[in-house]
Write a protein that binds this ligand. Structure first.
Ligand SMILES: Nc1ncnc2c1ncn2[C@@H]1O[C@H](COP(=O)(O)OP(=O)(O)O)[C@@H](O)[C@H]1O
Ligand SMILES: [Mg+2]
Length: 334
């Protein structure tokens, strides 16, 4: 289970390939039209005033392009990009070196920003607001607070759980954008662009077939494209048609809705062992021998969006569509 679940997240192969497939400029960034338009305006305005871009919060499920956008922003602003993540910053001191090395308009990207500790978060407030940090040197009677002025940088925070962000931190972002799952047509465009970069012969129907099973997620689309490419090369002449894509994805256990064995197992457990739910996330995670966070961050978002799962105050419920899709009949739904 754990291995399969991890397979949904980014592995090393992914990371390397994603780097080569990552769009560098806003014009190459497909989809999210509203966000792209607002961001373009914000960037142009900042450039016109010769000012850094305001601090920006990006929220949304994994694999939708948060890290990609942060890179694009630094490229568009023509500034340096520095990345870290909430869990990586253990003490406020870890941030001093990073912050003092930032130049005017540079981008500091903090991934999983909802996982910053309270102390670190509070240390960030004056850095974000006044571009100033206070740090204490020496101990006891000789302790002194030193103020240090920073260059005006842009903090870009990314989070899969915008609800977990504290109000004071959220309030310090001038801009906040949410990324939604991608439309089919956008996924098709992303796949065609990736196929071009990877020299895969992908026809329109093949792209449609992969896009349909990509869970609205560019990272998944790119991963499925590679699996289909392997299959097409080994079992056929390398060309990816709808039939080849369909056979390849069936062989991978990716069904018509894009669900993989883990998704199906989650729904099956709710339907079979909890009579369709509601079941609390903790109990569900325990039954599946998984971390609740992984379920919430990796598995749930698409099941919710696809209408297969519902979140209620008493826990998670599988929907009638989920039962139908799996060919199961939960007692509570009958
Ligand atoms: N809008 C997009 N257009 C084209 N490719 C995209 C887009 N968004 C994401 N991708 C692809 O998906 C991969 C994963 O995106 P990433 O930015 O790492 O997601 P997140 O940080 O939200 O988890 C990227 O490497 C890129 O190849
Ligand atoms: Mg990311």
């Amino acid at each position: 289970m754990r291995e399969v679940l991890l397979a949904q997240q980014e592995n090393d192969e992914d990371r390397i390939l994603n780097l080569s497939l990552r769009p560098e400029r806003l014009t190459d960034f497909v989809g999210q039209p509203e966000l792209a338009e607002n961001l373009t305006v914000a960037i142009r305005a900042a450039q016109k005033r010769a000012e850094p871009l305001e601090h920006l919060l990006l929220s949304g499920p994994q694999g939708l392009g948060k890290t990609t956008l942060a890179h694009i922003i630094a490229n568009e602003m023509g500034t340096k990009f520095t990345a870290t993540s909430g869990p990586a910053i253990e003490r406020a001191g870890d941030l001093i070196g990073i912050l003092t090395n930032l130049g005017e308009g540079d981008v500091l990207f903090i991934d999983e920003i909802h996982r910053l500790s309270k102390v670190v978060e509070e240390f960030l407030y004056p850095a974000m607001e006044q571009f100033q940090i206070d740090f204490v040197i020496d101990k006891g009677p000789y302790a002194k607070t030193i103020k240090f002025n920073l260059k005006r940088f842009t903090l870009i925070g990314a989070t899969t759980r915008s609800g977990f962000l504290t109000a004071p931190l959220r309030a310090r972002f001038g801009l906040a954008y949410h990324l939604n799952f991608y439309e089919l047509a956008d996924l098709v465009r992303i796949l065609q662009r990736s196929a071009g970069l990877l020299s895969v012969r992908l026809d329109a129907a093949g792209a449609q077939e992969i896009a349909r099973r990509s869970r609205g997620t560019p990272r998944v689309a790119n991963r499925l494209l590679r699996r289909v490419r392997d299959y097409a090369e080994v079992k056929h002449d390398g060309a990816v048609t709808a039939e080849v894509a369909s056979a390849a994805l069936d062989a991978q256990g990716i069904d018509r809705l894009g669900l993989d064995p883990v998704d199906r197992r989650v729904l099956k457990v709710i339907l079979d062992q909890y009579a369709g739910g509601p079941v609390g996330i903790e109990a569900l995670a325990a039954t599946l021998n998984e971390e609740p966070d992984t379920l919430v961050d990796v598995v749930e978002p698409y099941l919710l969006k696809a209408g297969l799962l519902r979140r209620t105050p008493r826990g998670r419920e599988a929907s009638r569509q989920a039962a139908e899709h799996l060919g199961l009949a939960p007692k509570t739904l009958l």
